[in-house]
Design a protein around this ligand. Structure first.
Ligand code: ATP
Length: 490
């Protein structure tokens, strides 16, 4: 059941090799300056640290070429669909059909007063549906196991962080809670949520088990919570032996489906899972395909399972569009045009390979745009630097690969563009990754827009499969046609 790749990034690498020829064609055809793909792909990635003071708002050559009416219309489309007040959020949370709905308040949940204080300090007024339904199970005595599915951006992280922190006994100075994340960035982000929610529990200490973190030989960890990636956690648990898996009281697998379905993660996660004793287990994700869910249920046979129906998986607050491109040049041109419209929020542009991402970022920078680039090959400090700059809106556009597809929560992302549609190694539609990618926008009830670029029968077929899978419309967006835009807006 597990795929043949040792991890998420390796899987992307393999896809990169498989797609090499296709990328070559894009590069050659898409480069107006006439330089070949190797040259552009290998160009220094100034894109990561572009100091363009325009911040993405300057008048670009594409801006100037566009009719003013068209420009203002797409801007309006983006703006009106994206800005949402806390009043609107309150209304959404009272709508029983919304995944953010809750009948209860945080006061009704069995949370410690310090944790409630932390939640309110984060500006959360009411729990979301997943928080409302998962927390009573996770906080019950005796502890119960849970396999939970909830749409992207609906507050799963807050749910499991509250459960994890509730179970810590700060008087015991050893790791009691273990949370596994598939990527370095996600582990750090979860750690930040732990820090914020645990603000009034200063006695609870957290340790990251991620790349570049080391533990001197013979050390025993005294922190209560470990958040890390499977490789480093395996290393610490079985080689360094700086903590005892047998003493872990809570085990959380975030993005559980990819942890189960990707071979390297699978092997490490299962090895860790096997060494747990008397431990509460919680699995969270926005997606579980049938095989993964079957496996998860076998792994934790006594777990309560919370599943979504297929038609509930994708969120209505994320409007999906596609732009039909005639050629690879056209695809680049579409991005350059869209760039001119991003005056609010931020955008994430997903490419299938590091190479395409690098090529696209380099070309956009050469053409005078300010964009950031993040992929798995950058070193750790570069990755964090790029993400922080993007979070701080220093760059409004992040060009990236699947490494950023899951879990990353950047509130102001209003637009996701699939420069390449997500496909597996067999070039088939990767519906789960699609859902996670578009879920980087439309966080917690905000409106978001996802735009897919298609450039030929193969990609149109992939998009049709994705549309049929989720049963949600993906509208055609003709950025040259103002009337069509007007219709789409309504
Ligand atoms: N009860 C709440 N009230 C208001 N905002 C909330 C609440 N719970 C979570 N949020 C906010 O909603 C955003 C999305 O939450 P979170 O990252 O936990 O979603 P998720 O379900 O884990 O998403 P993903 O599937 O992408 O991992 C975050 O910015 C978080 O701070």
């Amino acid at each position: 059941m597990a795929s043949n790749y040792s991890n998420w990034v390796d899987a992307a690498d393999e896809q990169e090799k498989a797609l090499a020829n296709q990328v070559e064609n894009i590069a050659i055809a898409g480069n107006k300056n006439g330089s070949g793909s190797e040259e552009t792909a290998a160009a220094p990635v100034e894109a990561t640290n572009s100091q363009d003071s325009s911040g993405g708002e300057s008048s670009t050559p594409e801006d100037k070429d566009l009719p003013a009416s068209e420009k203002s219309l797409l801007q309006k489309l983006l703006r009106t669909k994206l800005v949402q007040s806390s009043k609107q959020l309150e209304i959404i949370q009272k709508d029983p059909t919304s995944p953010l709905f809750s009948a209860t308040s945080f006061e009704d949940l069995p949370l410690r007063p310090e944790l409630k204080k932390g939640v309110y300090a984060m500006g959360f007024n009411a729990p979301s549906r997943i928080q409302e339904s998962a927390l009573p199970i996770l906080l019950s005595e005796p502890p119960q196991n849970l396999i939970a599915q909830s749409q992207s951006g609906t507050g799963k992280t807050a749910a499991f962080v509250l459960a994890m922190l509730s179970r810590v006994n700060p008087e015991l100075n050893y790791p009691q809670v273990l949370c596994l994340s598939p990527t370095y960035e996600l582990a750090i982000q979860t750690g930040k949520v732990v820090e914020q929610m645990g603000k009034f529990c200063p006695e609870i200490k957290v340790r990251f088990a991620i790349r570049q973190e080391t533990v001197p030989h013979g050390t025993k960890l005294t922190e209560h919570v470990i958040i890390g990636t499977p490789g480093k956690v395996t290393d610490w648990a079985f080689r360094t032996r700086c903590f005892d898996l047998g003493k872990i009281a809570v085990f959380c697998l975030d993005e559980a489906d990819v942890m189960i379905a990707t071979q390297g993660y699978h092997d490490q996660s299962i090895k860790i899972h096997r060494s747990l004793k008397n431990c509460q287990k919680m699995l969270f994700s926005a997606t579980y395909d049938i095989d993964v869910m079957r496996f998860a249920e076998k792994l934790i046979p006594d777990a309560t399972v919370m599943r979504l129906k297929r038609e509930e998986e994708s969120l209505d607050n994320i409007k999906q569009y596609y732009i039909e491109c005639q050629s690879p040049e056209d695809k680049y041109q579409a991005i350059a045009t869209i760039y001119g419209f991003i005056t609010v929020g931020g955008a994430m542009i997903f490419c299938q390979t590091r190479r395409t991402a690098t090529w696209l970022a380099t070309k956009l920078v050469k053409d005078g745009h300010s964009v950031a680039l993040l992929h798995g090959e950058l070193d750790v400090s570069q990755r964090i630097d790029v993400l922080n700059r993007f979070r701080g809106s220093h760059e409004k556009i992040l060009i990236t690969t699947n490494v950023m597809a899951r879990g990353i929560d950047v509130e102001q992302v209003t637009l996701v563009v699939n420069y390449d549609l997500p496909t597996d190694v067999n070039h088939q539609a990767d519906c789960e990754t699609y859902l996670h990618r578009i879920g980087r926008t439309g966080r917690f009830g905000k409106m978001g827009i996802a735009i897919n670029l298609v450039d030929g029968p193969k990609t149109i077929d992939v998009l049709s499969k994705i549309r049929d899978h989720f049963g949600k419309p993906i509208h055609k967006l003709n950025i040259d046609d103002v009337t069509e835009l007007e219709q789409l807006e309504s």
